[in-house]
Structure formats: C-alpha cells, structure tokens
Design a protein around this ligand. Structure first.
Ligand SMILES: CC(C)(COP(=O)(O)OP(=O)(O)OC[C@H]1O[C@@H](n2cnc3c(N)ncnc32)[C@H](O)[C@@H]1OP(=O)(O)O)[C@@H](O)C(=O)NCCC(=O)NCCS
Length: 175
C-alpha cells in the first residue's frame, strides 16, 4: 500500500477511464476495499462491512443487456479507484438506474465527474435519456454529480433518500 499522497495519480488527474470488463471481480473488490465505512453506507444505503459473493456476481454482470459500468484506474499506482454503473429499467428502456463510488483517498479530485461523464456518454449512445438515482440527504457530491449530468426532472423523498430523475444532456464536445 502506497501511503504518500505524491504516489496517488488521482490527486493530480492522472487517471484513465474505461469500461469495466465483464466478470472483473478484482476491480470491484479493489474499489470496495478503498471505501470508508461512511462511503459504503452512502453507496449501499446502510451498513456494508463486506461484499458477499452474490453481490460480486451481480456487480460484475456488465457489458451486456442494459448493464454497463466504467472504471477509473490510477495511472501511477495502477489501482482501480472508482466505478460508475447503470442498469436499464425493464419497464422503460429509455431510463437507467445509476450508482457510483470513488475510493476515499481519491475523492474530491474530479474522478467522480469523469466517471459520470463517461457513463452518460455511454448511456446516450445506447438510447438512454434519463438516469435515476437514490441519494441519501447530505451526500452533496453525489447530488452535484447528478445535477451536472443534466436537468433534474423529478425529486421525491422516499424512505430516507431522495429519488432523483435526471434528463441527460449531451456532453459539451458532442453537442
Ligand atoms: C459521490 C462520489 C462518487 C463523488 O466522487 P468524487 O470523485 O469525490 O467527486 P468529484 O471530485 O468529481 O466531485 C463531484 C462534484 O461534487 C462537488 N462537491 C464535492 N463536495 C461538495 C459539497 N460538499 N457540496 C457541494 N458540492 C460538492 C464537486 O464540486 C463536483 O462538482 P462539479 O463536478 O460539478 O464541479 C464519492 O464521494 C463517493 O464515492 N462517495 C461514497 C459513495 C456514494 O455516495 N455514492 C453515490 C450514491 S450511489
């Protein structure tokens, strides 16, 4: 484990973003291991001390059938430092539910924004027009990420979390 922050590429923008490969359990574990207890609670909406095998089975089912994910790799350490994903809605193929996480040591450095931009681009290419997400009150960076992806067209408070629907806007370079 590298402890010196100079060895964290993510703090200097040295991160590459690409598709998470189907079945990449190592990447999913690596990111989960880098989340604090608080981040895990925010991501999974409750205590999540460990990932179960069945969680991993589900989280690595990507690259097909309306389930996609992108991952951020720190170019200095080679570690996977964040993942963002969507699952297309069965009832409305133009909508998808999103979830995302960045390891604590890289938070606040723009990795989340880069992941969301890439995921949005992928979603738009696949004909998805709206992202929905469930966000715990006070999770300002998650709210900022979603607001930055487009126009919030629904915001309801359900069982302790905001259910947001965002109408996706094209990325600036694609506009
Ligand atoms: C949410 C999360 C993915 C953000 O990742 P990150 O790499 O820290 O995000 P960034 O550094 O790209 O910042 C994202 C935005 O949040 C904004 N932000 C950060 N802290 C903020 C605060 N306290 N108040 C308002 N905005 C804030 C940033 O300005 C940035 O906005 P911009 O891109 O429009 O300029 C990360 O904090 C995380 O993994 N949290 C735990 C898991 C979680 O909450 N997941 C979301 C629920 S599914």
């Amino acid at each position: 484990m590298l402890l010196d922050s100079n060895h964290l590429g993510c703090r200097r923008g040295l991160v590459s973003i690409g598709r998470l490969e189907t079945g990449d359990r190592k990447a999913v574990r690596e990111v989960f291991d880098g989340l604090s207890e608080r981040s895990r609670r925010l991501r999974f909406h409750g205590p999540k001390p460990r990932l179960l095998e069945r969680d991993l089975d589900e989280l690595v089912q990507v690259g097909c059938c309306g389930r996609e994910a992108v991952a951020a790799v720190d170019l200095v350490s080679g570690e996977v430092v964040g993942i963002a994903r969507f699952v297309r809605s069965e009832s409305d193929p133009r909508s998808a539910e999103v979830a995302f996480e960045v390891v604590d040591r890289c938070q606040g450095s723009g990795v989340g924004r880069r992941l969301l931009d890439e995921l949005r681009s992928l979603a738009l290419d696949e004909g998805i027009a709206r992202f929905s997400a469930s966000v715990v009150p006070g999770n300002e960076s998650a709210l900022a990420l979603l607001r930055g992806a487009g126009r919030v067209v629904e915001s309801t408070y359900v069982e302790g979390a905001y259910e947001l629907v965002v109408e996706l806007e094209p990325l600036p370079q694609a506009a």
